[in-house]
Design a protein around this ligand. Structure first.
Ligand code: NAD
Length: 368
């Protein structure tokens, strides 16, 4: 029997509740396909700050590196919110593990489950046919650039006393754009063959370089793929105006962070969207949403994004495409039967059967 080692990072908030459902589904898939999943668990985010004083303890990165794939839930919460640059913050764990594992590509599929069309705030005719893949660069740009906060005269307030100044640096290197562009074009070849490349080339030098490199790679190696440039502000509008026109969207780190949350809303709930972070070694899979501290511990979180992240793991890390399709079918069946967690329920649909987090996991397993 093949054994795969999975490193679990439950994190904070609803993390432990939803990751338990992901494991439930993995175990059921393992049983069905004769695979054995062996789990290790490590601390990341706020819980790691509480235990070890840092959001990414060395042991966590080591455990992740020693695994075949990493399943993360979510990190963060008001307990650890701080504006003090010297205090540890949960997101440092996320950024650190992405950097530590060299995860430069983030894939975020946005799809519509037909029976959830009503959960979207957009009209059904606008979201009809939405099926896009956001390819976000994950280890460069503003989130990893040099930054500083300091006091000096230029930052002075009206009283003339020295005041605060701060800067963040947006920097990209050619190879970082080259490798993410290839990922996007390869993804497009397996899909509908269209890439929208997002930038702000009318203002930013990094964007002008981005555009030039993306076009060079396209013209030399991927001329069969349709390529269109789109400015980030226009993209933000068109994503809700004509979302079905997008196939693959490639973007730098911060634009991708914002646009993927916007695109998530098209599907009706953040609780439905998963993501895969890939590099050249161990990959990491997680829901697109955060730790939802407002509903943590209540047993009402939607575990489907976590379960869909398990599906992406089977697809990308283990090439278990039949098992991945099984999960997709099982989730569709559960939703078609009217089962909903609170976040995707529709008050005007009396046939909706509201279930909690654990029950939703059980239903997916039953329908596998
Ligand atoms: P969030 O995604 O946690 O929550 C936004 C809203 O969506 C909330 O109302 C929440 O209840 C709801 N929601 C999210 N996931 C849900 C689910 N699975 N089921 C049902 N409802 C769900 O975003 P936020 O409130 O901006 O952030 C909360 C914390 O999460 C912050 O500390 C933030 O830094 C952190 N965060 C972490 C990640 C991550 O771990 N990758 C990503 C985003 C935010």
């Amino acid at each position: 029997m093949t054994t795969y080692k999975i490193c679990l990072l439950p994190g904070d908030g609803i993390g432990p509740e939803i990751i338990a459902e992901g494991v439930k589904v993995l175990d059921a898939v393992g049983k069905k396909y004769g695979m054995d999943f062996e789990y290790s668990e490590a601390l990341l985010g706020g819980c790691a700050i509480d235990e070890c004083g840092t959001a990414l303890p060395d042991e966590t990165l080591e455990a992740a590196k020693a695994s075949d794939a990493v399943l993360l839930a979510a990190v963060g919460g008001p307990k650890w919110d701080t504006t003090d640059p010297d205090k540890p913050r949960p997101e440092q764990g996320l950024l650190g593990i992405r950097k530590g594992l060299g995860l430069y590509t983030n894939l975020r599929p946005v799809q519509i489950f037909t029976s959830l069309a009503d959960a979207s705030t957009l009209k059904p005719e606008v979201i009809d046919g939405v099926d896009m893949m956001i390819v976000r660069e994950l280890t460069g740009g503003l989130y990893f650039g040099e930054r500083e906060r300091f006091y000096d005269e230029e930052g002075a307030g009206v009283d003339g006393k020295s005041g605060q100044r701060a800067y963040d640096t947006l920097e990209y290197r050619e190879y970082e754009i080259d490798r993410i562009a290839r990922q996007a074009f390869e993804a497009a070849r397996k899909r509908r063959g269209k890439v929208h490349s997002v930038d702000k080339a009318n203002v930013l030098e990094t964007s002008r370089m981005w555009r030039e490199i993306v076009h060079r790679i396209h013209d030399e190696e991927y001329a069969d793929v349709e390529l269109e440039d789109i400015l980030v502000d226009n993209c933000a509008m068109q994503l809700i105006n004509r979302p079905a026109d997008f196939d693959v969207v490639i973007t730098e780190n911060m634009f991708g962070d914002i646009l993927s949350d916007e695109a998530a809303q098209i599907s009706g709930s953040l609780g439905m969207l998963a993501s895969a972070s890939l590099g050249d070694g161990v990959a990491l899979y997680e829901p697109s949403h955060g730790s939802a501290p407002d509903i943590a511990g209540k047993g009402i979180a939607n575990p489907l994004a976590q379960i869909l992240s398990v599906q992406m793991m089977l697809q990308h890390s283990f090439n278990m495409l039949d098992a991945a399709n099984d999960i997709q079918r099982a989730i569709t069946a559960v939703l078609d039967k009217g089962y909903r967690t609170g976040d995707i329920a529709d008050a005007s649909t009396p046939s909706d059967k509201i279930v909690g987090c654990s029950k939703m996991g059980d239903l997916v397993v039953e329908n596998l």
